[in-house]
Design a protein around this ligand. Sequence first.
Ligand code: FES
Length: 108
Amino acid sequence: MERSLPNSRLNMEKYDLQDVLEPYEKLIEIDICGTAHMVPENNTLLRCFQYLATENISYGDFCWNGECINCQVWLQNGDKEKAVMACRTTVAEGMKIVRLAEGIDLDF
Ligand code: FES
């Protein structure tokens, strides 16, 4: 029996991510611009974005090592916003992202 394209693509994405994600035991909830998402603990925010939107982030314009600033996001920090680089920031339960750099296309 032939598999449908969406399932094949999904399986391929999951397979590829095993090579890039840090080991994790559970998903944790974060808020991205007002919407809750479950992402793998123990990973950077940029890897979490890749988990959520594999193709867009994998082929995005990112250096992955702290040099380009294309991965900049703004976190809620009390009454203020704090800018961080998603490729250098480890995700934490309840993290609230209020703004994304223009090049971060999460497709939702
Ligand atoms: S991806 Fe280039 S600084 Fe984060």
